[in-house]
Ligand binder design. Sequence first.
Ligand code: PLP
Length: 408
Amino acid sequence: MTSTDRPSERAIAAAEAHSAHNYHPLPVVVASAEGAWMTDVAGRRYLDLLAGYSALNFGHRNRRLIDAAKAQLERVTLTSRAFHHDRFAAFCTELAALCGMETVLPMNTGAEAIETAIKTARKWGYRVKGVPDGQARIIVADNNFHGRTITIISFSTDPEARADHGPYTPGFDIVPYGDLAAMEAALDAGAGETVAVLLEPIQGEAGVLVPPPGYLAGVRELTRQRGVLFIADEIQSGLGRTGKTFACEYEGVVPDVYVLGKALGGGVVPVSAVVSSAEVLGVHRPGEHGSTFGGNPLACAVALEVIAMLRTGEFQGRAAELGEHLHRELARMARGGAVEEVRGRGLWAGVDIEPSRGTGRQISERLMDRGVLVKDTHGSTIRIAPPLVIGKEDLDWGLDQLRAVLAQ
Ligand SMILES: *Cc1c(COP(=O)(O)O)cnc(C)c1O
C-alpha cells in the first residue's frame, strides 16, 4: 500500500527471497540513524517512535556509547569466560550497585537471561529451599512475553508464539495478570514446589498493560511470606523507559531477581543479565551454566557506559517529564474519540485505536508514509516508545502525524 521507492523495493524483494519470513516489517529500509531519527536508502527521514522495543533508550549511535565501543574495539573484544578480562569486574560491580543487588550473571539476549533466571530459580529451589527433585514449579502470568525459546514459549498464552513448537516444557502455572487473589491461590496450591513467580512489571508485548495499583507490592508480600523468589522481567520496562530505573520502583518493590536486557546493550551489542543476591546466584558452580559471548569485553564496555549514564538519573528524568507530556496528549486524543484507551508509564504507551480508523498495521503504515515509525501489536493497538533522548518538538511533530492519520 505504501509508497516505496526503487532501492527500497529491491532491498525488500531480496530480503523476501532469501530470509525466513518470521517477521512482517514495515516496508522501510534503514541505511543510517542518529538520535531519534532514521534515514532510509532513498534518503527519507523517519522519526523512530519504537526505539528497538526499548533497546535504543539512549537513541541511535549515542555518542558516549559509540565512543566506549570504539575504544574497546581497539583493545580487546572477546576472551570467552575461560579467561578473566579487565572490564568484567567493573561491569558486574556497577550493575549490581545500580540494582541494589550483590551478584550478576551476564548473558546476551533477553531470552537467554530468562532461561538463566528459570534455571537459577529451579536450582535454588532444589538446593536451598528443599523442593523434591524434578518437582519445581514457576508461576507466570497470562499474556506474558519473556522471549522465544522452547521453554519460554511453553508458558506463553499466545497461540501464534506457541503453536507447532511442542512438546512443551512442563513446570509452569499460568495465572491472570493483575489478579492478586489468583496469584495467592496458585501459590497456595503449589506450596512446597513453587520456587518462583516470574512477571513483567508492565506487560510490553501484550500492549503495555500496567497492573492494578498494589498488585506488584501484593505479589512481593505473598512471595516473601512463602519463601518464593520474585523474578521481575525488566528487560523492556527497566533502565529508564518508565521514568525510573526499574518499573518495580513505582510500587516500592524490590524483587529477588531482576532480568535485564535490551537497553543494557545501548543499542550497540546484545547484553543481558540476571541480577540477584549472592545466595540465589551462588547456586551456580563452574561448568554448570554459561555462554561463549556472555560478559564479553565489548559488551561490558558498552554496558558500563549505559550504567554510568543511568546513574546520573538524567534519562529517567527525561522519560518521566516527556512521558507526562506524551500521556497528556494521548489522553486528549482519547477524549476526541479516535483513541479508545491509552496505557503506560513514562515514555511508553500502548494506544488502542478506535477500530473503524484502521488496524494497528494500517495506522503504522500511514504513519510511515508521514515519516513516523511505530509498531502495532494485537489488532488495533500501537506502541509508542521513542528513544529517551527525543526532543520535545520532535515528539510533538510525531504526535501531530498520529492526529492527522487518525483524522483520515
Ligand atoms: C524483548 C523481551 C524479552 C526477550 O528478549 P530478546 O533479547 O528478544 O530475547 C523478554 N522479556 C521481555 C519483557 C521483553 O520485552
